[in-house]
Design a protein around this ligand. Structure first.
Ligand code: UD1
Ligand code: CA
Length: 461
């Protein structure tokens, strides 16, 4: 059996945040989620996450997953350190298991890398294997000390390193694979006699080596994978790398990104082939976009389902659905629970909320459609307002198929416009409109001839 222990009890002081570090998002998901997923995708059977600071919040966020959380006691009366964190999971480690240790704050680690590490560990029959990287600037990291034959001997923390050791560029990623039985054995032997007065999990490597067990080091090529998030700047950096990966994946699957550097697609978003995404688009949450769509500049689409051949320009869509061949925007706003049928036009400065609109209907300009059920082939003129709120309660209105709502009309809910009902421009409709009827609800025009003359206004301008 393969298990992973994910360390996430550290305070993350440098984030200067009220939230636990591992709950900060990159590309729309908590940092920790990526690590858990990488562990799963590497076919690791069980993951144990060690939490401490803000542990309750972390548990709450992942309550629907099958992850086991273990709380590391935090406080001045308790020891600290990666070794102490691993000790918390000791009862869950079986003798014959392989134990992979990961950090909850290194979201860029790939499942493939974890698998390679485990394979290397198993093939070479090592008792402990550490994942290492060669960094131009190794400052702050533990250094990998090798013997004359090039075998790893120990890991020395930056703060404990000699002048010579500080020159070593090979660093400890903090990711390891251990034989379960020997990890339990060696973790029981580590102490706090070091510069930081902490239990170091790195000492396990030295202890195993000293006692004649075999330890190995597996070096990764792509060092960005082990980058951790300790500050907001590193958060942004990891986000950038993750964004690049996500965008590349979409392009490989047949989506055109006009400028991938400026396209923000969150983890988990699905986009059909031959869709084209313009710069500044933000596709967030559980969003699905169909094939051959055009998602124009500066669109924000969140938790929404978009059909095929839909064109959207400079618009915001939240928790809504849009069926095939609709044209939306520029500057339209679909608020939660808006459901559009096929071939609908929602034009500039049109807001839709909690409404359904049937196939082929149009609202071309400057309208508010709130709490309404609008049928097929309906025309909603410029400036139409569905007056849905009386100051106390919201009401729904219904506009049936083929109705025509003239410009600048108000439909005061609850009101029903039946099939082929016509509402004259400028009307304020408070009573139902029957089938095939024209409703005019506005003051009749009065023309006062010669009015200016009678007033005696001078017209010498
Ligand atoms: C550790 C390694 C160092 C390595 C580096 C890579 C040790 C002693 N040092 O150093 O060799 O180069 O990672 O990033 O292991 N954590 C807990 N409980 C604790 C302490 C830490 O869960 O009591 C967690 C933290 O939340 C974090 C991870 O362990 O996710 C690493 O802790 P951190 O303090 O950042 O380790 P480093 O000192 O950077
Ligand atoms: Ca760190």
């Amino acid at each position: 059996m393969d298990i992973s222990i994910i360390l996430a009890a550290g305070e993350g002081t440098r984030m200067k945040s009220n939230r636990p570090k591992v709950l900060h998002n990159i590309c729309g998901r908590p940092i920790l989620k990526y690590v858990i997923e990488a562990s799963k995708n590497a076919h690791i059977d069980e993951s144990y996450v060690i939490v401490g600071h803000g542990g309750d919040e972390v548990r709450e966020e992942f309550k629907d997953s099958d992850i086991v959380f273990i709380t590391q006691p935090i406080g001045e009366e308790y020891p600290y350190g990666t070794g102490y964190a691993v000790m918390q999971a000791i009862d869950y480690i079986q003798d014959d298991s392989n134990v992979v240790i990961l950090y909850g704050d290194t979201p860029l680690i790939r499942a493939n890398t974890i698998q390679n590490l485990m394979e290397y560990h198993k093939e070479n029959k090592y008792d402990g294997t550490v994942l290492t990287a060669n960094l131009e600037d190794p400052t702050g990291y533990g250094r990998i000390v090798r013997d004359e034959k090039g075998h790893i001997q120990e890991i020395v923390e930056h703060k404990d390193a000699t002048y010579e050791e500080l020159k070593i560029n090979e660093i400890n990623s903090g990711i390891y694979c251990f034989n379960g039985k020997l990890l339990k054995y060696a973790i029981g032997k580590i102490d706090k006699n070091n510069a930081q007065g902490e239990y170091y999990v790195t000492d396990v490597i030295r202890i195993l080596k000293e006692e004649g067990y075999s330890v190995g080091a597996y070096t990764i090529e792509e060092e960005t994978e082990i980058y951790g998030v300790n500050s907001r700047a590193q958060l942004a950096y990891c986000e950038k790398i993750m964004r690049k990966r996500i965008n590349k994946k979409h392009m490989m699957e047949g989506v055109t990104l006009i400028n991938p550097e400026n396209t923000y697609i969150e983890d988990g978003v699905i986009i059909g082939r031959d869709s084209i995404i313009y710069p500044g688009a933000i596709l967030a949450g559980n969003t699905v976009i169909g094939e051959e769509c055009i998602i124009g500049e500066n669109c924000r689409i969140e938790d929404s389902r978009i059909g095929n051949k839909v064109e959207i320009y400079s618009s915001t869509i939240t928790e809504s659905s849009v069926d095939d061949e609709c044209r939306i925007g520029p500057y339209a706003h679909l608020r939660p629970n808006s459901h559009l049928g096929k071939n609908i036009k929602i034009g500039n400065f049109v807001e839709v909320k909690n409404s359904t609109i049937g196939d082929n209907s149009k609202a071309g300009h400057l309208a508010y459609i709130g709490d309404a059920d609008v049928g097929r082939d309906v025309n909603i003129g410029c400036g139409v307002v569905f007056v849905n709120y009386d100051g106390q309660t919201k009401f729904r209105s219904i506009v049936e198929d083929n109705a025509f709502i003239g410009s600048n009309a108000n439909l005061v809910a609850p009101v029903l416009v039946k099939q082929w009902g016509y509402v004259a421009a400028g009307s304020t409709i408070t009573e139902d409109v029957s089938e095939g009827c024209l409703s005019i609800a506005r003051a009749r025009q009065v023309n006062k001839e010669g009015w200016v003359e009678k007033k005696g206004y001078k017209r010498d301008k």
